[in-house]
Design a protein around this ligand. Structure first.
Ligand code: EPU
Length: 420
């Protein structure tokens, strides 16, 4: 199993090109199942979760061509299977995003129930309930969600999401595009990835109003066409590199990104003492050699502070001047990085979903274990600032969501390499 070996202590400096957004690419890849023609997607990141999604689309019968620079061309006209099997779903929960398009386009679909997850229970009741309101008959048996639409076409419905759910909103939004009549999704997620998916669907011919708000109104159409669509930049990858720059007291410019997608994160970085400059597609963070100041953080749905940046800010606070409180409100078990950071010398007290982080002067390198994607990223950042060597194990989590992470950090001056 691969590991990352990091020798800490270098202030990061230079430019890093940000990849396409994982959490936008995945739903957009699944949305190709809705089209009647070839869909060409660009700026698709080269990640394990993308490979899993492409494998799943292929298993359903789609014809897929990979071009240069991760251009992906999907011809969904040959889809003749409707089952997303356990062996693929168990490696990626986002496979649930196959359900809405399959049911909307083919009148039936089966997706294995995603299994347990390190960060919380992560039920899919809202996905199921919304599709039932749109007329699907759904049973959950033998570990599968099995959906059938009597008559073959979903009907528009008025759906109130009890909890703001990103993939829940995406699944129902995709399903509604081909339903008969109007669907209203209240308390919809407003995350930029939902907006990117909606924009792609609109380019395919979908009729969607309220994009970027908590009320989506979708008038179903008979068919969606092929399209050429570019996936938005990854705001979480951007934020991860900016925090790494702040923690190492460096100066880094992220290019090929979009500052408007991460305002809450930039505000917190400025509060931590960073000098942040932005252009249309770049963000420069300069710590001017100073130690960051501790900042309180509460995670919540967009536009508030993202849960996917919580672990990285835990590390920032771990080496900052002062103490800060971190409150996680989205997932019930998303502090798995804390015991590992404590082994590196961090001073963090946990009380349920609250962490009190007291900044220490320095961390010390250790062998640590990655537990989920963002926790892994936080351990890499900790390794970059720690004295001595840090060995991060189980980095397959990182490869699910960060493209060439060791190459990108090396180009910023970090001493990091992949070892077997
Ligand atoms: N929830 C329910 N019922 C549902 C669906 C969700 O109770 O049917 C609850 C969840 O248990 C959670 C809350 O709603 O407490 C929010 O979860 P959400 O559904 O928004 O999460 P998700 O759609 O499964 C996506 C991202 C996550 C990101 C969250 C929150 C993708 C593929 N995944 O997950 O990304 O943390 O939204 O922003 O888009 C990551 O990239 O590392 C990652 C975990």
């Amino acid at each position: 199993m691969d590991k990352l070996l990091i020798t800490g202590g270098q202030a990061l400096s230079g430019n890093v090109a940000i990849s396409g957004a994982k959490n936008a690419a995945l739903p957009i890849l699944f949305s190709t199942l809705l089209a009647d023609d070839i869909v060409t997607l660009t700026n698709i990141p080269h990640l394990n979760d993308v490979t899993t999604t492409i494998a799943l689309l292929g298993r359903l019968g789609a014809d897929i061509t990979l071009g240069d620079n991760m251009t992906v061309e999907v011809d969904p006209r040959s889809v003749n299977e409707h089952v997303a099997p356990y062996e693929l779903v168990r490696t990626m929960r986002a496979s649930i995003l196959a359900l809405g398009p399959l049911v909307a386009k083919h009148g039936k679909g089966q997706v294995s129930l995603p299994g347990g997850c390190a960060i919380g229970a992560r039920p899919v009741n809202l996905h199921i309930h919304g599709l039932e309101l749109m007329g699907a008959d759904i049973v959950v048996e033998h570990g599968y969600i099995k959906a059938d639409v009597p008559g073959g076409r979903l009907k528009g419905a008025h759906i109130l999401m009890d909890t703001v759910s990103v993939t829940g909103t995406e699944n129902l939004l995709m399903a509604a595009t081909l339903a008969d009549g109007r669907t209203v999704i209240e308390n919809a997620a407003r995350e930029p990835e939902v907006v990117d998916l909606a924009n792609c669907l609109i380019a395919m011919g979908a009729k969607i109003q309220g994009v970027g708000t908590s009320k989506l109104v979708i008038d179903g159409v008979e068919r969606l066409s092929g399209v050429n669509y570019r996936v938005q930049p990854d705001r979480i990858e951007t934020g991860t590199f900016l925090v790494a720059a702040a923690v190492t007291r460096g100066s880094v410019t992220c290019t090929h990104t979009d500052p408007s997608l991460l305002e809450a994160v930039l505000v917190k970085l400025e509060e931590a003492g960073a000098v942040v400059e932005t252009g249309e597609d770049w963000i420069k963070l300069d710590m001017q050699g100073c130690r960051p100041k501790a900042v309180d953080v509460t995670t919540a749905p967009y536009p508030a502070f993202p849960t996917d940046m919580q672990a990285q800010f835990t590390v920032l606070n771990a080496v900052a001047q002062g103490a800060a409180r971190i409150k996680e409100t989205i997932f019930e078990n998303r502090f798995m990085h804390v015991p590992e950071l404590s082994r590196m010398g961090a001073d963090i007290s946990l009380d349920g979903n609250n962490a009190l982080v007291r900044g220490v002067e320095t961390l010390s390198g250790a062998e640590v274990m990655a537990t989920d994607l963002r926790a892994s990223a936080s351990l890499v950042i900790a390794g970059l600032v720690a004295g001595g060597e840090t060995l991060v194990d189980r980095i397959y989590h990182i490869d699910r969501g960060y493209e060439c992470i060791e190459d990108k950090f090396s180009m910023l001056g970090a001493n990091i390499r992949r070892v077997k």
